[in-house]
Design a protein around this ligand. Sequence first.
Ligand SMILES: O=C(O)c1ccccc1NCC(=O)[C@H](O)[C@H](O)COP(=O)(O)O
Length: 268
Amino acid sequence: MDADEDVAPAVRSILDAADARDAPESGRVAVDPRSLDAAFAAAEADGRAPVIAEVKPTSPTTDGTRTEDPVELARAMVDGGAAALSVLTEPEHFGGSPEYLQSVRDAVDVPVLRKDFLLEESQLDAVEADVVLLIARFVGDDLADLLAAARDRGFQVLVEVHTREELERAIDAGAEFVGVNNRDLAKLEVDLSTFETVAEHAPDDVTLIAESGVSTPDDARRMRRAGADALLVGSAIMDYEDADDPTAAVQANTERLTAAESQTHDND
Ligand SMILES: O=C(O)c1ccccc1NCC(=O)[C@H](O)[C@H](O)COP(=O)(O)O
């Protein structure tokens, strides 16, 4: 691993925990994945903004922990029009688990992204998912090998970048799905202009996903105008702590963002 020396203490702690995690005892996984590109195309054909809705019980920048059943939340996201789902499997800082992901994937028919901080090949085998995340900053020179190892198992791979230099490394490694994270993991600050400045350098044949900080339909349209093929949204969809009915709130939050494309004015 390289380039992690400047990260926020919370991220340092996440990486230390990932380093310390035992290799899964299960054997090597072999995945028959649900196509992410097809899911995005189906959403667009239906007039929905392609949204990957994230089941994120907590995080270093979230107050408290959402304890509702991840499967119920995931179903509400799909009912709200999510093209795909992301499920945190990191246990110590995000309240996730591979078991949650497996239950969610069994319950829905959209592609499911495994959101975690994968540093080693063996960690790919913790659970089947349609897509796995590799964060360019954290895997450093191992990116191409991990990408190949993930594809050998059948996974689609989302390579996350935050800078133009990381984008170039992702492209050189052969990434087909690139997520530009608007959250700077050095400071945990979110700035939507990150996607705008990095995405313009991406080749046309890459599927580009705007990650983090998308809170309103206006934000969604802004990212789409800047070239996002899809949006990865966690906090704004999981924002239901004051709601009487959490699953209804999650569905409504998802609908608000997936409907962004069909609105001409912002009515956030
Ligand atoms: O979300 C965090 O606080 C966080 C902190 C440290 C490292 C990663 C973090 N988030 C991971 C993510 O990629 C986001 O959950 C995802 O992009 C959704 O972001 P948002 O819509 O802003 O919740």
